[in-house]
Write a protein that binds this ligand. Sequence first.
Ligand SMILES: Cc1cc2nc3c(=O)[nH]c(=O)nc-3n(C[C@H](O)[C@H](O)[C@H](O)COP(=O)(O)O)c2cc1C
Length: 206
Amino acid sequence: MPGESTIAVGITGASGAIYATRTLAALLCRGVQVELVVSDFGRRLLKDELGDDASIENLVPYLSAKYGVEIRPGSVTFHSNRDLGATIASGSHGCRGMVIVPCSMKTLAGVAHGLSRSLVERAADVMLKERRPLVIVPRETPMSLPQLRNMVLCAEAGATILPAMPAFYQQPKTLDDLADFMAGKILSALGVDHQLYAPWTGRVKA
Ligand SMILES: Cc1cc2nc3c(=O)[nH]c(=O)nc-3n(C[C@H](O)[C@H](O)[C@H](O)COP(=O)(O)O)c2cc1C
């Protein structure tokens, strides 16, 4: 039964597929049930940026191998982005929050204007109308005025805008360090405990 420990993850066609895989692995590692929906361009970005091993068909074994996560059978439910009748398209489904990581400017615009053209957009709309946490991880640079305005619209509707903007005060050494930081920020925004980065102590390490 979906409930307290169920979170929807949308992956769309913006750069930063590694943020999505790190977030998925971290949620699964905490025992969260994941409802996963990946847009067509999200699928392409997974392969373009992480290789064929991370294609949607291979995603679960990829997460296990890369992050050493033991993934319970059935802990990830895959949905088609075209299936507007999927469980997470309804507020009656007990999914307690959603993250769109990374979030393209196109999907951002769709969420900002309540278009619900795809399952990612509809599930996000459900989160907003049900007043549940919606975390949007936009990535684009530079940004146009409409893109900036769409972020404001989403924030005004209750979403958390969490830009794909890793910090450097943790002195990251690898891409995985950067991804850990972003995934940690996402889990915090969703109210899920994690140890993906050390808490700030007030001083940069020597
Ligand atoms: C390699 C590649 C990188 C892209 N990077 C971005 C990006 O960083 N941000 C963005 O908004 N769109 C980016 N796009 C464009 C989106 O994928 C495109 O607008 C697509 O229609 C988004 O659809 P979706 O939101 O349904 O995934 C990229 C496309 C490709 C092929």
